[in-house]
Design a binder for this molecule. Structure first.
Ligand code: F6P
Length: 340
């Protein structure tokens, strides 16, 4: 992206530190980015060299005394102070939604790039980060299977994904899971136990179970560790609930792994490196063509773009009738109850 903007367009590129949080500082926190900064290591790195923020919604910025204040004008002032002409925003559904509101309020040309391990951004087949998280989750199943088989155990792996089950479903199929539980499909403990007992009847001495973090208890209550500053549920722990219920129902020895933030690190897969490169170049090209309020996307083996209005506040969840659920069922995986 930086190479395309600097060498291709002759622009100066400024990287904002900590996202919108950097624009609240005075002077705003930012640095000039040169193609040189990206040579060598960056393609191989996870995370961000600029920092980011996922707390403090600028339109309802939380203060320690519990009050909230609209700080959007301060962010737009910070943007103006840096004398910027346009913005390329990288993030998931929530971040792109906030950036769009800021851009509209400040008259800022904006192009969005979808980036979230959850892959829940509508309009694109892939978001940056998902492929690497999927790889980590699949690798975890590869590492759990031998000990499961050695000790006659049921291994439960809880993966991230927020309210979407994309990581769980894809990793579960790729990693040979026997049971995949996702928030989009209702499950019954008896259904899970039935699958495990059927495996035992075939002399299989282990089972692999993948649970998405937003899956609820059988009574419909969510398992959360608390809430973020912006009020978002902090998931984590439903794997232990499912594991306990499997042990109670089947008598199996169960162990639970909560994969957590491990999924957000590691060496990016080639697919993620490709997507980041493709999206970055296309985002610059769109700004150069005078386009705004659009998101770059991957669709039908090509890079495309679509209005951000069609993207924000419409999270893309697993389609219960889609190819992956069909595939899982076709492979004999218990993937929840079939509502049809
Ligand atoms: O949206 C990406 C994600 O990793 C989710 O899968 C997860 O629920 C959440 O972020 C974790 O957020 P935090 O890093 O704030 O704990």
């Amino acid at each position: 992206m930086v190479h395309r903007a600097v060498e291709g367009q002759g622009w100066q590129v400024v990287g904002l530190h900590k996202g919108t949080a950097g624009l609240l500082s005075r002077p705003p926190e930012a640095e000039t980015l040169t193609p040189h900064r990206f040579e060598g290591m960056l393609l191989r790195m996870a995370g961000t060299i600029l920092g980011t923020t996922n707390k403090g919604d600028p339109f309802a910025f939380p203060y320690p005394d519990g009050t909230v204040r609209d700080r959007s004008d301060e962010i737009i002032e910070g943007f103006r102070a840096l004398e910027l002409d346009g913005l390329i925003g990288i993030g998931g559904d929530g971040s792109l939604s906030i950036l769009r509101r800021l851009a509209q309020q400040g008259g800022i040309p904006l192009i969005g790039i979808p980036k979230t391990i959850d892959n829940d951004v509508v309009g694109t087949e892939v978001a940056i980060g998902h492929a690497t998280a999927l790889w980590v989750a699949t690798d975890a199943l590869d590492r759990l299977q031998p000990t499961a088989a050695s000790h006659d155990r049921v291994m439960v792996l809880e993966v991230m994904g927020r309210d979407a089950g994309h990581i769980a479903l894809s990793a579960g199929i790729s990693g040979g899971a026997d049971v995949i539980i996702i928030p989009e499909l209702p499950y019954r403990i008896e259904g899970i136990a039935g699958k495990i007992n059927a495996l035992r009847a075939e002399d299989r001495n282990f089972a692999l179970v993948v649970v998405a973090e937003a899956v609820r208890r059988e009574d419909g209550t969510p398992v959360v560790q608390g809430h973020s500053d912006s009020g978002q549920a902090l998931y984590g722990g439903v794997g232990h609930y499912i594991g306990r219920r499997i042990a109670e129902t089947t008598g199996a020895e169960v162990r639970v792994t909560v994969l957590g933030h491990v999924q957000r690190g590691g060496t990016p897969t080639p697919r993620d490196r490709l997507m980041a490169s493709i999206f970055g170049v296309h985002a610059v090209d769109l700004l150069a063509a005078g386009q705004s309020d659009r998101m770059v996307a991957w669709s039908g083996r090509n890079v495309v773009d679509l209005p951000l209005a069609e993207v924000v506040d419409r999270p893309h969840r697993v389609d219960p009738q889609g190819a992956l659920v069909h595939t899982a069922r076709g492979l004999g995986i218990y993937v929840g109850e079939d509502p049809s």
